[in-house]
Design a protein around this ligand. Structure first.
Ligand code: IPE
Ligand code: IPE
Ligand code: MG
Length: 237
């Protein structure tokens, strides 16, 4: 288990590059066009499908995206419903995912744990997508849904202590209890739409990530911006 606090002084090579995206600015994108916010979320889901393809073609090994946070449940119910429906659409893109050799993964509050709020149909879409893409050997697409980093880390520390009550808790024992311990450290964290917040996303995994902030809204994000973000990896320190 690599220690996520070790600075990445070298290029991410053998394990492959890990890109993470906070896909923000969808509602504002729609408002600027005189459309309802939900139209922006629909456009954002389509952008994600394109970025998955673009990332897979660039040999990115891991793409992790923030789909819905533990904080997002307080949004108006109609918007939440729409976003949940879009996750079913996203997880339902099995043919495309298989054509691009992409394996689906998910991080978030486990469905049976206190506080978890993922509705049954979304749970099923997540399980089916994971199962129907499990033989793919290319890029791993991890969707964070009902995800919050502080809850993830607190839970990991608690589990580490429960499993080995007499042992010391350290960075390795916590890392081993994260939702997806096999996820390597994030190399580049992207946030769109001009916001410069991390918003409780991958706080542990992105400890040594480069960060790419862009004014571009998520629905307008494309291969050009992805390449700009990747260029941070080759920039001199
Ligand atoms: C991010 O876009 C997507 C989700 C939170 C699901 P927003 O809905 O936050 O769009 P803005 O930031 O309000 O424009
Ligand atoms: C972050 O976007 C969460 C997702 C992209 C799913 P938000 O728009 O919810 O972020 P904050 O809370 O305003 O920073
Ligand atoms: Mg936002």
């Amino acid at each position: 288990m690599p220690d996520p606090f070790t600075p990445t002084t070298q290029q991410p090579t053998s394990r492959g590059t890990h890109v993470a995206c906070i896909m923000d600015g969808n509602g504002r994108w729609a408002k600027r066009r005189g459309l309802p916010r939900t139209a922006g979320h629909t456009a954002g889901e389509e952008t994600l499908a394109e970025i998955v393809r673009a990332a897979a073609h660039r040999n990115i090994a891991y793409l992790t995206v923030f789909g819905f946070s533990t904080e997002n449940w307080v949004r108006p119910p109609s918007e939440v419903r729409h976003i949940l429906g879009l996750h079913r659409r996203l997880f339902g893109r099995i043919d495309e995912l298989n054509a691009n050799n992409v394996r689906v993964n998910w991080i978030g509050r486990p469905f049976d744990e206190p506080g978890a709020r993922t509705p049954g149909p979304v749970q099923k879409a997540i399980r089916d997508a994971i199962n129907d893409t499990k033989h793919n050997t290319g890029m791993v697409l991890t969707v964070a849904f009902d995800y919050g980093s502080r809850i993830e880390i607190a839970r990991a520390a608690q589990r580490a202590q429960t499993k080995r009550p007499t042992k010391e808790i350290n960075a390795d024992t916590i890392a081993a209890e994260l939702y997806a311990p096999e996820l390597p450290p994030v190399d580049v964290l992207v946030r769109t739409s001009g916001e410069t917040r991390i918003s409780n996303f991958l706080l542990w995994q992105a400890a040594s990530a480069r960060v790419y902030f862009t004014d571009c809204s998520w629905p307008d994000f494309g291969a050009t911006q992805l390449d700009e973000a990747l260029a941070l990896l080759t920039a001199t320190r």
